[in-house]
Design a protein around this ligand. Structure first.
Ligand code: DX5
Ligand code: ZN
Length: 211
């Protein structure tokens, strides 16, 4: 199981220092919000580029934006290693997955709580990541929606059945209790923002998620 601390809950006035406190996590999750697809605005490629100098971690960029295809080059140039977009935001998901992979970036698709797994089934064979939102996208610190466990289990079953290769990522409301449920359902990567960054000792907190 891998961890992806979400910098949305970090202290933006000392982001590079906060990022160093989670250096033991495999990925760094970067939430990009446009105030259009979601009712909140976060950061863009400038911040990603600035952070790139401070860590070698995998930059896992989660685009919660309309028209993501317009911005992928900017995020790749800034140093994103993998880019996840929302299936609800594009007309031709396969074209965007292919474009990302051609640029040597891992491609992920995310689904909101109300979007069924069925909507992304045609793309599962080609995807590197599937990100299941376990809260409504837009804000950190919300409560985990237990319905998302069924989606994780369904994805895990489909992956086994067809020998697909994607990682199952879960994002929203992860704590030491919900982490266990997600891993038992088949999740490979846990994104956690407030649970990790609210703690003084982040290594200890990440240890709780892994135990
Ligand atoms: C929400 C973001 C999440 C968020 C998770 O839209 O995609 O990555 O930072 O925050 P927590 O872990 O606090 O629910
Ligand atoms: Zn996210």
């Amino acid at each position: 199981m891998k961890l992806a601390p979400s910098i949305l809950s970090a202290d933006f006035s000392k982001l590079s220092e906060d990022v160093k406190t989670v250096a033991r996590a495999e990925w760094l999750h970067i939430d990009v919000m446009d105030g259009h697809f979601v009712p909140n605005i976060s950061i863009g490629p400038l911040v990603v580029k600035a952070l790139r100098k401070h860590t070698k971690q995998v930059f896992d960029t989660h685009l919660m934006i309309s028209e993501p295809e317009k911005y992928i080059d900017a995020f790749i140039d800034a140093g994103s290693d993998q880019i996840t977009f929302h299936v609800e935001t594009v007309v031709d998901p396969l074209a965007l997955i292919t474009a990302l992979q051609k640029k040597k970036v891992k491609a992920g698709i995310s689904i909101k709580p109300a979007t069924p797994v069925k909507s992304i089934e045609p793309f599962l064979a080609q995807l590197d990541l599937v990100l299941v939102m376990s809260v409504e996208p837009g804000f950190g610190g919300q409560a985990f929606m237990p319905e998302s466990l069924d989606k994780i289990a369904e994805l895990s079953r489909l992956r086994k059945q067809h020998d697909y290769q994607f990682d199952i990522v879960v994002d929203g409301g992860i704590n030491e209790k919900t982490a266990k449920l997600c891993v038992a359902a088949g999740a490979d990567v846990l994104v956690a923002g407030s649970y990790i960054f609210k703690a003084k000792n982040r290594d200890y907190q990440m240890g709780l998620l892994r135990s």
